[in-house]
Design a protein around this ligand. Structure first.
Ligand SMILES: [Zn+2]
Ligand SMILES: [Zn+2]
Length: 367
């Protein structure tokens, strides 16, 4: 049994408490990771606000980077000493989804995600009570046990306190463009929400050769980042009507693709109105539990497509190391996404900043 420091959520809408905990050794097929860093994502915030229902207490965090320090029996995907990213969607490699090449939809998603596959937790408080895992990752801890299906080895020369962002936001944004929409060179892309996910939609659209990348946000700070990441046109939705502006920019035609990285029903509806006939819209953001959208069916009859993107439609074991490679080659911006670097003790401050839209991403770094 190993000790760890962890940020624990005991009740919805409360601050996380930093505690010393015990981490039980990895069981069969499980991997113990010493985390080096973790990004702070909106999905973690949703669990705190109650917009996402989750068993409590829980150790949140799902954008981790770390080093393997122990493996259970039967582990074949990594070994001690490997530098790894986390995949909050595990991929078993053998279910029907994995077999047809859609490992981001893996059948393991149907199992409870707050416990290991044997139905128990590896986290113990000092009083002996257990704490739930989060998406079988729980990277707001200095150490955790994960499923081997959620551990992705990467090259050792990549800085884990930067590339940890690939474990959620970067892949969610880039993958939506490259894997789901397969954006074509010269096309017009509209992005709603220019935070830690939307900025990666923008840089992937540029990588794919999009002709126009139109960024929409309500915060000047985020629009400034959007421009830095390759947006060719900026729309401040607090002052301008995005639908009208997109049609103006495209000479009255409309956009080829739209992406939303907010999780807001009204924005999803707006996205469809920005498209020309046959255009494609993708939902990336996670809407609050119980949210519904209302759309004019004629928009879809005219062959507009509305779909979504889960972890960027990624093939985790291929795409995560590939994005890390692109970063190391200078083709993908990651350092520019890190607005703040904080310690685990500052996790509540990181959520305040996220809530106020003052950061693209905060990274918690464990020393
Ligand atoms: Zn996330
Ligand atoms: Zn599978």
């Amino acid at each position: 049994m190993a000790g760890a420091r962890a940020a624990i959520l005991d009740a919805v809408k409360s601050a996380l408490s930093i505690e010393e905990i015990e981490v039980l050794p990895p069981g069969p097929g499980e991997v113990q990771v010493k985390y080096v860093a973790s990004g702070v994502c909106h999905s973690d915030l949703h669990a705190i606000t109650g917009d996402m229902l989750h068993p409590l207490p829980v150790i949140l965090g799902h954008e981790g980077g770390g080093i393997v320090e122990a493996v259970g029996s039967g582990v074949t995907t990594c070994q001690v000493g490997d530098h790894v990213l986390t995949s909050y969607i595990p991929s078993c490699g053998t279910c029907s989804y994995c077999t047809i090449g859609r490992p981001n939809l893996c059948a393991l998603r149907d199992r409870p995600r707050h416990l290991m596959l044997d139905g128990t937790s590896r986290f113990r408080r000092r009083d002996g009570s257990f704490v739930n895992h989060f998406l079988q990752v729980s990277s707001f801890a200095t150490r955790a046990v994960l499923l081997q299906e959620g551990v992705i080895p990467i090259r050792k020369d990549a800085p884990l306190d930067v590339v940890c962002l690939v474990s959620c936001g970067v892949t969610a944004g880039m993958g939506a463009v490259l894997n789901r929409a397969k954006v074509k060179p010269g096309s017009t892309v509209v992005v709603f929400g220019c935070g830690g996910v939307g900025l990666n939609v923008i840089q992937a659209a540029e990588l794919a050769g999009a002709g126009r990348v139109i960024a929409v946000d309500r915060l000047p700070y985020k629009l400034g980042l959007a421009e830095e990441f390759g947006a060719t046109h900026l729309i401040d939705a607090s002052k301008e009507d995005p639908v009208k502006r997109v049609h103006e920019i495209t000479g009255g035609v409309g956009a080829d693709y739209a992406f939303e990285a907010i999780g807001a029903p009204r924005v999803i509806e707006t996205m469809l109105e920005c498209l020309h006939r046959g255009g494609e819209a993708y939902i990336i953001g996670v809407s609050p539990h119980g949210a519904r959208i209302s759309i004019d069916p004629s928009l879809l009859v005219q062959e507009r497509v509305l779909s979504g993107s889960s972890f960027g439609g990624s093939r985790q074991r291929v795409d995560l190391p590939m994005i890390v490679d692109l970063f190391m080659q200078g083709k993908v911006k990651l350092r520019e996404l890190v607005s703040r670097r904080l310690g685990l003790d500052d996790v509540n401050r990181a959520f305040e900043l996220l809530n106020r839209g003052e950061v693209a991403r905060s990274v918690l770094v464990y020393t």
